[in-house]
Structure formats: structure tokens, C-alpha cells
Design a protein around this ligand. Structure first.
Ligand code: GAP
Length: 496
């Protein structure tokens, strides 16, 4: 995947209403994004299947929706006030700001003395091929000296209540995780769960990133899907300490989940954090990396947070956050395995992996091959002739009928070939076309056959089916996951 792929996706997202830049009419923020009519459906579908698969369908998980604003002590206890920083450098000339640890990953501007000061843009990490110099100055303006690195806290500060005084300072949460830890005892008491069990949460998080970028990959406001899975560190599983065994299980489950919903297995790899990379709370962290256009980058992380967070909150709040182990008759602090995924990063990966340009009968076809469960629109109902009122009214009836169960759209703003292409481009798995044969021609005394054409997005195959069968057919295709080939063999083919 090239940088071109990212530009293509950004432009498709804007053109078709997936994602817009926040506050665009004021010049945009460059660090926050708005999800348009199709984007919000795609995002909701990702969150819905994640919640269903990891919370509702498991008997060892429950959900939570904690507030974004929390007591300021939460962030002191968690270590975010002291440790949630990135090293930052500033250019003394153009005042641009960079993450010190990422500055060599940027292409850089160079005024080369060997070519009478000509200006060049040189690839990240490479020397100038004329004078051999390496970057020392500001990569953007090429002239300014950089300041020494300083630590910059990434949390957004705000004030709780009407008085802007220090006592009221708090932060927008930089991760959803802490809402789970501080509610550990509430959930335990309310649900009487036994270890191991997990608490999941989906919600917004905010980080004042020094260098947001790569579209929705790194923004200042984003959503996370997080699980804190509590295990008994004294137990053993698969012949190993339970926390270590559960950690490996979660890594495998998360990887399988992304592949199940459309990412190719070859586009994902694991990255084991080295000791210098590990967060202050982690015993071991493994990231799932995805092959984004800018290179292999973190899609999600799965960390073994040990008992760090519960112990910290216990220490700072003075409340016991332990679990009573009936077998050993002792109170213990559970260990925590944390699979933490970004919704926006997942959405970007699903978009990139689904994108295809194909040649069909000498013409370019753009198609988003989304998994049907993720596709924003499931069915498009299209009239072959919009001048025939019986065709149009049949389409509207059909849309109303199908939209009780699946997001169904009616479109008559172009000729049928064009309408199909538009649905391909937004990843709609099925189109239903109503034509003259469906409704007949009363003036000629011809009755309709009451059948419509279903066209499948990926194969572009078309079958002719009775109107009355549509709910059953789509129930199989969209709810039960029956493959198209199985349905297609049961009905006669229609000509494309
Ligand atoms: N509770 C652990 C935690 O927050 P993290 O690695 O900092 O760990 C988890 O974040 C996930 O959240 C990342 O893997 C990524 O998918 C997403 N994420 C983090 N920062 C982000 C940002 N600035 N923009 C978009 N997504 C982000």
C-alpha cells in the first residue's frame, strides 16, 4: 500500500460522506475528524460487532459506560499526570513542533551547500546525495535550530465547575481503561463474578498529540474499545501462570477478530515490546501492527498490566480493591490483561483493506469489499426506469419492508449501471432492481412476474427472485452468513 492509497481513501471518504475534516469551513483542525452519513454507520457496525463478539456472546465479560470526566486523583494514581508525556522539540525559526522520537521518520528540507544552496526534500532518514549531510535542523523549514527535548503531557486539562482554580482542575480521559479500574469493586459487588472475568467499554478518549496525522490514524479525539480482563495470578492455565496464558489467548482472539471481519492475515503482524518500550504499568505488551500506507503501525495493543492499576487506585483512594479467593480463603489483587483497540484505526484498516480498483468491460470499477456486517448500507433498492410510477412505488414499498431489518437505501438519481457503480464504491453488498417485468404493463394488459433482480457486489452476479422471498434470502445472506454461492445456485441467473 502506497501513500497514494491513503490519498485515494481520504478523497473517497470525503466524496462519499464517510469522513470529513472537523470544522472544515473554518480551515479545519487537522487533528479531529467528523464521521458523515456512511462513516457513522461503518463506525457503529464495527463497535456493534466488537461488543457482540467480545461482550454479549461470552459468559466471562460484562460492559460498562463510565464518564469521560473523572476525579483528578484518578490521573495522579494511574501515573498519567507524571508519566503520560512525549518528548517534544520546537523549531526556533518556524515554531513548528515535533515529537523528538519521531523526527527522523519525517522527510526533511535541505538547502544544499554543494549545489549553491538549492532546496531539496530528502526522504526520511536518508542523507543528501550531493553533500552527504544528514538532518540536524528543522525538517519542515530546513533553516531553524531545534530546542532540546522537553516533556509534554498529552492530557487535555479542563476545569470542573464554574471557578477556574487549581482545585477544580481535571482532564479529559486519555484512555477509557481507568473508568473500568475505578469501578472494579462496583461491578464485582453488583454482578458477583468469579475470576477470570472482564469488563469492556467503548468510548471517546482525548490526547493532545504533538504530531497528529495520517488521516484518522492519530487524532486528538478518538474512540477506544477496551477490555480489562481480571485473572487470578495464583492460578495456572495451560501449565503456565494464568495471566500469561490469558495474555496469549487474547492476542490470538484479537488477531482472529480482525481477520474475520476482512483484514488479510498477511497485513497483520505482532510486535513484542522491548524493555525500553514497555509502559510503566506493563509486564509484557504485544501490539497488532497493520500494514498501513505509511508502513507497519500499531492497530491495537494487548498489555499485561499486572496488579498495577488496582493497587494504585487502592493506595490513592484508601479503598480496598481486592477479590476474595474462596478456595484459598484469601484476598488478592487480580492481574489484568488489557486488549485495547482504537475504533478509528480499526475503521481505517478495514477501509484500506476493502478498497479495490478493478477493470470491468474496459472500465475502472472502484469497490469496497467490506464484510457484509460492516458495510454501512446492506441493500440498495434501484428502479430500472424511474419514469414508471409502478416501478418506483414498488421500490419504495420494498425499501420500507427491508429497512425494518437492514439499512436499505433507495436511489434513482442515475442510470442503472451508474447506480451499481456508486453502491460498489461504498461497499453495499446487495442491490435489488425492480424492472418492467416485475410490475408488468397495464396498458398492454401484461401482468408482472412479481420477481426482482438481486446483484451481488463482489461477483457482480445477478439472480432473479420472487419479491416474497427477499426477507428469507437476506436473512440467510446478512444474518446467518450463508455464502452467496449457495443462494445463487437456488435461483435462475439474470442477465447483467
Ligand atoms: N489503555 C491502554 C491504551 O490506551 P494505547 O496503546 O495508548 O493504550 C490503545 O492506545 C489504542 O488506542 C491504540 O492501539 C490505537 O488503536 C488507539 N489510539 C491511541 N492513540 C490514538 C490517537 N491519537 N488517535 C487514534 N487512535 C489512537
Amino acid at each position: 500500500m502506497s501513500a497514494m492509497a491513503m490519498e485515494t481513501i481520504v478523497s473517497l471518504c470525503k466524496r462519499r460522506g464517510f469522513i470529513f475534516q472537523s470544522s472544515e469551513i473554518y480551515g479545519g483542525t487537522g487533528s479531529c475528524w467528523d464521521y458523515g452519513p456512511l462513516g457513522v454507520e461503518l463506525k457503529n457496525n464495527i463497535k456493534r460487532v466488537w461488543w457482540r463478539d467480545f461482550v454479549q456472546q461470552r459468559d466471562d465479560m460484562v460492559g460498562l459506560d463510565a464518564s469521560i470526566l473523572m476525579h483528578a486523583m484518578v490521573w495522579k494514581a494511574s501515573g498519567h499526570v507524571d508519566h503520560f508525556t512525549d518528548p517534544m522539540v520546537d523549531c526556533r525559526e518556524c515554531k513548528h513542533r515535533f515529537r523528538a522520537d519521531q523526527i527522523d521518520e519525517k522527510d526533511w528540507t535541505h538547502y544544499c551547500p554543494a549545489t549553491k544552496g538549492n532546496k531539496f526534500t530528502i526522504k526520511a532518514g536518508e542523507p543528501c546525495k550531493h553533500c552527504g549531510a544528514r538532518r540536524t535542523l528543522c525538517p519542515d523549514c530546513g533553516r531553524g535550530e531545534l530546542t532540546v527535548p522537553r516533556h509534554f503531557n498529552l492530557m487535555f486539562k479542563t476545569f470542573m465547575g464554574p471557578v477556574e482554580e487549581d482545585a477544580a482542575v481535571t482532564y479529559l480521559r486519555p484512555e477509557t481503561a481507568q473508568g473500568i479500574f475505578v469501578n472494579f469493586d462496583n461491578v464485582l459487588q453488583a454482578t458477583r463474578r468469579k475470576l477470570p472475568f472482564g469488563i469492556a467499554q467503548i468510548g471517546k478518549a482525548f490526547r493532545n498529540e504533538i504530531t497528529p496525522g495520517n488521516f484518522i490514524f492519530r487524532s486528538r479525539e478518538f474512540e477506544q474499545m477496551e477490555i480489562e480482563f481480571f485473572v487470578n495470578p495464583h492460578e495456572h492455565l495451560d501449565g503456565r501462570p494464568a495471566d500469561e496464558a490469558w495474555h496469549d489467548r487474547w492476542i490470538a482472539d484479537c488477531q482472529a477478530w480482525f481477520v474475520r471481519y476482512g483484514l488479510s492475515a498477511a497485513s497483520i503482524k505482532l510486535h513484542e515490546h522491548g524493555h525500553d518500550e514497555l509502559a510503566h504499568y506493563s509486564k509484557r505488551t504485544v501490539d497488532l501492527l497493520y500494514k498501513f500506507p505509511m508502513g507497519w503501525s500499531e492497530l491495537m495493543g494487548i498489555a499485561n498490566r499486572t496488579d498495577f492499576d488496582l493497587k494504585q487506585h487502592s493506595k490513592f483512594s484508601g479503598k480496598s480493591l481486592t477479590y476474595f479467593d474462596e478456595e484459598r480463603k484469601e484476598h488478592l489483587v487480580p492481574f489484568v490483561i488489557e486488549p485495547s483497540a482504537g475504533v478509528d484505526r480499526a475503521l481505517l484498516a478495514f477501509l484500506l483493506d476493502a478498497y479495490r480498483e478493478e477493470e470491468v468491460r474496459g472500465e475502472k470499477r472502484v469497490v469496497l469489499r467490506f464484510h457484509p456486517e460492516l458495510a454501512p448500507i446492506k441493500i440498495a433498492v434501484l428502479p430500472l426506469l424511474k419514469k414508471r410510477s409502478e416501478i418506483v412505488s414498488t421500490c419504495h414499498d420494498l425499501r420500507r419492508r427491508l429497512s425494518r431489518r437492514w439499512l436499505t437505501l433507495y436511489d434513482d438519481t442515475a442510470a442503472i449501471g451508474r447506480l451499481y457503480r456508486r453502491q460498489d464504491e461504498v461497499g453495499t453488498p446487495y442491490c435489488v432492481t425492480v424492472d418492467v417485468k416485475t410490475v408488468g404493463d397495464a396498458e398492454k394488459g401484461e401482468t408482472g412476474d412479481g420477481k426482482v433482480t438481486i446483484r451481488e457486489r463482489d461477483t457482480m452476479q445477478q439472480i432473479r427472485v420472487p419479491l416474497a422471498d427477499l426477507e428469507t434470502i437476506f436473512g440467510h445472506l446478512l444474518d446467518a452468513g450463508t455464502p452467496w454461492t449457495e443462494i445463487a445456485t437456488a435461483y435462475p441467473r439474470a442477465e447483467g
